[in-house]
Design a protein around this ligand. Structure first.
Ligand code: CA
Length: 228
């Protein structure tokens, strides 16, 4: 499947140039011209990468980036900064940008950076081992089973996918919305309550005392995180 890139850029000529160039490279492209719309689309359609201009109408690129990271979204973000905005780069990295290019940039350089980010993301996604040791629980993702305190529990496919996502983000909060997006995909019916119900079941398998979890922790106001 082709990678999907969200372009956030308010200058029409730049926008048109980027859309043309990225489509030509075989990417699926969505394009928006202001920060508010950017946030809506990034949350709704979960692109594989975001090209994010800093100076935007309604909400700045920094604002959009900060909101995405607060959601727990790790989508790679490449900032487009204007020449001479050195301070912006530092601020951008602090907010969780993965890379930046300075306008005016060469298309070849931008494309190389996009490829590098997408490749790294694919590597990250692939690195979940088959066996995880989580507190006193030993999880076998391949056999879909948990062993803990001489007991054995079966895992559902959803639970395996949830654990993989939690593991990839271990130590960092994963929002309920992101679980829905990545584990449930675009099915119509699940709600954030569904995520909570699955977490309850997972805790019964992983935790010696599910009411007082040590491994699958609540990230208040966001979702959940894995403590390892
Ligand atoms: Ca701009």
């Amino acid at each position: 499947m082709n990678s999907r890139i969200l372009i956030v850029e308010d200058e029409p000529a730049m926008q048109a140039g980027l859309v043309y160039a990225l489509k030509k490279e075989g990417y699926e492209v969505e394009c928006v011209g202001d920060g508010e719309r950017a946030l809506d689309v990034a949350r709704g359609s979960a692109p594989d990468l975001v090209l994010l201009d800093v100076m935007l109408p309604k909400r700045s690129g920094f604002d959009v980036l900060a909101a995405l990271r607060r959601d727990g979204r790790r989508v790679p973000v490449i900032l487009l900064t204007a020449k001479g905005q050195e301070i912006d780069k530092v601020q951008g990295f602090d907010l969780g940008a993965d890379d930046y290019v300075t306008k005016p940039f060469s298309l070849a350089e931008l494309l190389a950076r996009i490829r590098a980010r997408l490749r790294r993301r694919a590597d990250d996604a692939g690195e979940v081992p088959n066996e995880l040791v989580l507190g006193s629980a030993r999880v076998d993702l391949k056999r879909m089973a948990v062993e803990r305190d001489a007991e054995r529990f079966e895992l559902s496919l959803r639970e395996v996918d949830m654990l993989k996502l939690l593991w990839r983000e271990r130590g960092r909060p994963v929002s309920r919305e992101r679980f829905l997006e990545e584990v449930w995909g675009h099915e119509r019916f699940p709600t954030t309550r569904t995520v909570d119900q699955h977490v309850v079941k997972l805790r019964q398998k992983l935790e010696a005392d599910p009411a007082n979890p040590k491994v699958l922790l609540t990230a208040f106001g966001v979702g959940y995180r894995l403590e390892v």
